[in-house]
Design a protein around this ligand. Sequence first.
Ligand code: MRU
Length: 374
Amino acid sequence: MDSRAGTRRPHTPGVDIPALNWLDPPAGPAVELLDQTRLPATAAVVTCADVPALVDAIRRLVVRGAPLLGVAGAFGVALAACRGEDVAQAAAMIEQARPTAVNLGWGTRRALAAHQRAWQAGHKDGERMAARAALAEARLIAAGDAAASAAMAAHGLGLIPPGARVLTHCNTGALVSAGEGTAFAVILAAHRAGRLAMLWVDETRPLLQGARLTAFEAGRAGIPHAVLADAAAASLLAAGQVDVVLTGADRIAADGSVANKVGTYGLAVLAGHHRVPFVVVAPMSTIDRDTPDGASIIVEHRPADEVTSMAGRPVAPAGTSAYNPAFDVTPPGMLTAIVTERGVAQPVNAGTLRVLSAGPGSAEGPPADVYVER
Ligand code: MRU
């Protein structure tokens, strides 16, 4: 089999399989991924035994969602190191697999830096020690993501009123995280606290991450939910059926502009019109201080057939072209708050994000657990 495609192992749908798993020798080194393109019908595992297979899996959205892409990128570097390959070249390949989710490059570069530090330390068993360091860093990133997820859930819960009807877009749960996710972690916390009356799930065209994945996660968690066509969100909001909109983010620019799954911007416009709070939940690793504003965010454009076909079957006449940006950008003024593991930026602007980024220990930073209001 072509190594770019990875090897596939089918499982029974519904069985708990982690979204990403590292395999040590003798079965590995390899990265096992729950194939998100086949959920919910089939829970299949794709085993990536080399970096081209992992890059292919990232491009095809076998593994997806900003935080998990950061974890996957780091394990990809560890994989290259364990195979004795050119680690810098592997990191460059992984980073370029998808351009918008900042976590992919962030996680990849962290593991690469750990590898380089260990290599430069000049151990006599340098290659093995450096590979170990890259793997340890990848595990640290995964643990950090799980902890961030729990902290975001705790911070975000404060923004959810009792009896809330929440509208969400795309998929932001355990499938995109080493923990319980971003926006979905807040939704789960609200459900456990008895505050969630209803979860409205945008189907999220064209690849149906909402209908396929969020509905799957909501059903398994026992959350009352219903899927709607993206175009139905307007009338749902007009009918007063939504108390808060919660989404994740793929990249947050220094000014607070948020790139997230295409359709997010439209929802923010609608929420503003209907005076419904619009809250973004993302770890600090999604905040990109090097990208000054929304216009500077590179938006990934994907193949036309994702729009002109449904579940692999053509729905538009053969040869029809398509406009298929994977993400859109919502300006900071349209957001009510950004929830991170360090606290909540409200209002959303360069100042509140700078304070959060500075961290609790610094003069500029907030004490843990506070709202940043500047
Ligand atoms: O193209 P995808 O499925 O990788 O897009 C994912 C999203 O847009 C999510 O909303 C985003 O990564 C936040 S998930 C924590």
